[in-house]
Design a protein around this ligand. Structure first.
Ligand code: G4P
Length: 530
């Protein structure tokens, strides 16, 4: 199959409050997917009226799980590019889904607050991107406010993330002294409107270069001098843009802008369309799968349990990796012998889910089901294949689970197993003691769990603190070394659902200490789902 439709399947990674929601709205506005800003983060009554999510979601007025937004743009040569933006829930709703969504994208946009630089959650999400060498475009946001010096921010990205940085644009001042953004690639200046909003309204001044005296006409003398000095230094001091290095995940082009004022958003879309890769071959056993193949193949990276707890409805999100998917197709769920007829697939647009008639590699399809589909499943037209690299991530919150009614032990075990298989949490059996330990990466998952135990399994349970903070899967080439370690650390050992040994650490310090003391063992923060 040749001439696949153009796809850019990407996610935004950022720390809460850096401006991801604002940027998403602007991307969708520019892309024409929605017409009113404010649609993305629908809050309170508005959201409740529109969807029938789980109770917990209604109570909190936030989205428990990530969604997919699609917009299109027609390029100058007539090519239509479809952008699939996969949301990575980031506030209280941070979960393993947030990480796993990054295994379904071909590139990412990293949004950084100009006053704060690289923050904890950005770094965590970046590390997940790095596992698969996902190429990253950086957007330094909020230059309309006082921020740190651009050089300082660029150096921080380079040092903290061990990436080459290449500034593609440069802010003329920040906050009170902000006069615009200079596009270093195309030598043009974007300036705020004269009115009080300071918004960008298409005021673009083309210049011949940084030396062009026309700059004096549109910038203050100080602004023009500062821009020349800084931009020249930056061009000399940082790497030039190198497509291969970007695509390999070694270099990040950096754009400065303001999502709120719409500065740099169009340039960001230009960068996504011009540089960001479309679908690539995906790792699978026994062979990799290329998007050009004619047979449909995809994997489930997320299962959303919601809608109606009574009916246990689910939507499984499949990333299509190869072939042309058509509504009504029958797909084999590899490893189970089951066949799923996909009669009502969902395509995710900004406001509403729409019935999809067809989809192409890079697209995400929602498949409604009653719990048959699990995170990590491979679906094909029949060939026995298994996509790899869809891991479980080490939990960052560990809790003991406490059952209100001890006669419900069996129901609890089944429920925990179901939910662990679904991929929303992990369950560990400690070597000592009989209480299960539940592991998640975000606090909200715990509430979701309790709520689902009650609604779907009629099990009343609660959580108790556990002495542990994090967990690692322990492996060794020498089984004796592993046995010895497990024997010495029984009180901190557990088994996961597959019986694999897991070491639970009280804190980062202990984890560091133990990893240093046992160099013959591997302490992994991820484990492939089987
Ligand atoms: P998030 O999704 O990453 O958490 O961030 P979000 O877009 O919600 O932005 C967080 C806050 O930062 C919001 O203000 C938003 O208006 C502001 N913001 C985003 N981009 C820019 C920018 O380019 N410049 C400036 N000056 N501010 C920006 P808030 O007051 O917390 O929320 P809201 O009441 O405005 O929604």
């Amino acid at each position: 199959m040749t001439n696949l439709p153009e796809r850019r399947t990407f996610a935004i990674i950022s720390h809460p409050d850096a401006g991801k929601t604002t940027l998403t709205e602007k991307l969708l506005l520019v892309g024409g997917a929605i017409h009113l800003a404010g649609e993305v983060k629908a809050r309170g009554a508005n959201r409740r009226a529109r969807s029938d999510w789980m109770k917990i979601e209604q109570q909190r007025g936030i989205s428990v799980t990530s969604s997919v937004m699609t917009f299109e743009r027609t390029e100058a040569d007539g090519t239509i590019i479809t952008f699939n933006l996969l949301d990575t829930p980031g506030h209280e709703d941070f979960s393993e889904d947030t990480y796993r969504t990054l295994t379904a994208v071909d590139s990412a946009v990293m949004v950084i607050d100009a006053a704060r630089g690289i923050e904890a959650q950005t770094r965590k999400l970046f590390e997940v991107c790095r596992l698969r060498n996902v190429p990253i475009i950086t957007f330094v946001n909020k230059v309309d406010r006082e921020g740190r010096a651009p050089f300082e921010l660029l150096d921080e990205v380079a040092d903290a993330l061990a990436l080459d940085v290449c500034p593609m644009s440069w802010p003329v001042g920040m906050g009170g002294t902000f006069e615009g953004i200079y596009d270093l690639a195309y030598n043009r200046l974007y300036q705020p409107a004269d009115d009080a909003t300071g918004a960008f309204e298409g005021k673009v001044v083309p210049v011949a270069g940084l030396d062009d005296p026309a700059l004096e006409g549109v910038l203050s003398p100080e602004g023009a001098a500062l821009l020349r000095e800084e931009a020249e230094l930056a061009q000399a001091g940082y790497a030039a843009f190198d497509m291969a290095a970007y695509r390999a995940g070694d270099l990040t082009p950096v754009y400065f802008g303001s999502a709120l004022k719409d500065f740099g958003v169009a340039e960001l879309i230009d960068a996504l369309s011009g540089f960001a890769p479309g679908p690539r071959a995906q790792p699978a056993e026994p062979r990799d799968v290329s998007p050009e193949e004619s047979q449909v193949a995809g994997f489930i990276f997320k299962v959303q349990a919601n809608m109606n707890p009574q009916h246990r409805d689910r939507v499984a999100f499949m990333r299509l990796c190869a072939g042309r998917f058509k509504r009504g197709m029958k797909l084999a769920q590899i490893g189970t012998g089951k066949t799923i007829a996909v009669h009502s697939p969902l395509l995710f647009l900004a406001r509403d889910r729409e019935l999809a008639d067809e989809a192409w590699p890079g697209d995400i399809i929602g498949i409604p089901n009653h719990g048959t589909l699990r995170v990590g499943d491979t679906l094909t037209e029949g060939e026995v294949l298994r996509f790899t690299g869809l891991p479980n991530f080490a939990p960052e919150i560990l809790r003991r689970i406490r059952l209100a009614d001890p006669t419900k032990t069996k129901q609890l075990r089944n429920a925990l197993n179901d939910m662990a298989e679904e991929g929303i949490m992990q369950v560990f059996h400690p070597s000592i003691g009989s209480q299960w330990i539940v592991g998640v990466v975000g606090q909200l998952q715990l509430d979701v769990l309790i709520s689902r135990l009650q609604a779907e399994y009629k099990v009343d349970a609660g959580f108790e603190a556990s002495p542990w903070d994090t967990a690692r899967w322990v492996t060794a080439d020498d089984p004796k070394a592993l046995d010895e370690f497990v024997g010495q650390h029984r009180a901190a050992m557990a088994e996961d659902r597959d019986g694999a040994p897991v070491f639970m650490a009280k804190d980062a310090w202990e984890l560091n200490y133990i990893t240093g003391r046992f160099p013959a063992l591997r302490f992994a923060a991820t484990k492939d789902r089987r």
